[in-house]
Every structure is written in C-alpha cells, then in structure tokens.
Design a protein around this ligand. Structure first.
Ligand code: SF4
Ligand code: SF4
Ligand code: SF4
Length: 205
C-alpha cells in the first residue's frame, strides 16, 4: 500500500465487502485512520502540527500467523500458495484467532458461529490470474499485490507503521510506502480517529 497516494476514500473496503457479500457487521478489509497533533498560539498566530494518514488492512497471510498458533482445534492452515485459511466447517467459533491476531483480521459470523476471514481473493488470483478486488477497485492506484519477493523489489520492505505492531510480531506479508505523516510503531503522538468503524480491542491489550 502506498500511503502517499491513499485519499481515504474506502472504496477498497466497500469493494471487498460487496465482492464477498458481507453483512453490516463484517468487513474483511478495514480502513484505519491515525491522526494527532494540536494547535497553539504563538504571538498573534495560530500554528498547528496536526497530521493524519490512512492504512487499508486485511489479512497479511503472515509467515508467523498468531491466529494459527491460537486455534485450539488446529483448523487454521497455510496453504501451498502462502494463504492462511480456515477450515470453517471444523471451526468451533471460539474467537481465539481473532483475539490473537494483532490486526484483528478474522471476523466471526454470528449466525453460523463460524470464523470467517480474508482469503486474499484466492479465487480471482489463482484461478483467474487477476488482481484481488481491493487492488482493482482503488481509484488512486495506491494498492498492489503479487508474490511478496516481487513486491519488496518494487517498493522496499517496510511492513510496520503506527497503530499496528512491529513486523517481528507475526511477520506480515505486507509492504508499505510511508508518507511524511506516518508515525513509528508504539507512537503515542496520535490515536485512531475512526474507532467506531473498526474493532480496536488489539490496541487495548
Ligand atoms: S494478519 Fe492476523 S489473521 Fe492474518 S495471518 Fe496474520 S495473524 Fe493470522
Ligand atoms: S474461532 Fe475457529 S478458527 Fe478461530 S481459533 Fe476458534 S476454532 Fe480456531
Ligand atoms: S481505495 Fe485506494 S485511495 Fe481509497 S481508501 Fe482504499 S487504498 Fe485508499
């Protein structure tokens, strides 16, 4: 994701929701706004250091998936392509994986009491040779997708920014191009500006 390009329009989130036919209470892709700063008066002039930036995030199909470690019935697996997936039929709906994921990616289906999650649009990518829906929907071309080695060659290897955790926690397969407002992991300069849109339990751990 290129944070210099993202305008915060949330098209990626809605395109994913539409493609996966998700109800109101579930979003596989979520959109976090992190902002901070203040105004102060210097002589007759008001000055500010306010900042804000947006991060579009879903499952990072991590190399060290905390969700998989947490599952008591061992129904989360990494497939031959690297996708971290759930055998939903065997899931007991305990939500341990959602609590363990520092990105709060798994989303419980309350009607079926089964955990559901981003599958990286595997059907489009593997079967149809297309990009995931969130990439194709972005009007500002802020998103890209592919084998992580190729993506790192193109864009570098930054994979952490506030309010998300350090790369070493789960080794997410994500690459970020940061903008000038971006804050380091564990920053206390800002806060999530859209908490009602997302679950932020992981911030309160
Ligand atoms: S982002 Fe969360 S749910 Fe996805 S693989 Fe990593 S730990 Fe698991
Ligand atoms: S909700 Fe399902 S997939 Fe998640 S930890 Fe519990 S049994 Fe495993
Ligand atoms: S669709 Fe693109 S510009 Fe809009 S929020 Fe998502 S990443 Fe940002």
């Amino acid at each position: 994701m290129d944070l210099k390009k993202c305008s915060g329009c949330k098209t990626c989130q809605l395109a994913c929701k539409d493609y996966k036919n998700l109800p109101i209470d579930r979003n596989f892709r979520r959109f976090v706004e992190y902002s901070g700063g203040t105004w102060k008066k210097e002589k007759a002039i008001w000055k500010n250091n306010v900042f804000s930036y947006y991060v579009s995030v879903s499952c990072n199909h991590c190399d060290n998936p905390a969700c998989k470690e947490a599952c008591p019935v061992d129904v989360i697996y990494k497939d031959e392509y690297g996708y971290v997936l759930i055998d939903e039929e065997k899931c007991i709906g305990c939500e341990s994986c959602a609590s363990a994921c520092p990105y709060q990616t798994p989303q419980i289906d309350r009607e079926r009491e089964k955990m559901t999650r981003c599958d990286g649009c595997k059907d489009r990518v593997i079967m149809e040779g297309r990009q995931p829906i969130f990439v194709e929907s972005c009007p500002l071309r802020a998103l890209d997708y592919g084998p992580v080695e190729e993506i790192r060659k193109k864009y570098g290897n930054i994979a952490e920014v506030a309010p998300f955790p350090a790369y070493t926690e789960t080794k997410p397969n994500m690459v970020l191009k940061l903008n000038k407002n971006c804050q380091p992991v564990n920053s206390t300069k800002g806060q999530i500006a859209n908490p009602l849109e997302i679950r932020i339990d992981w911030l309160q751990k």
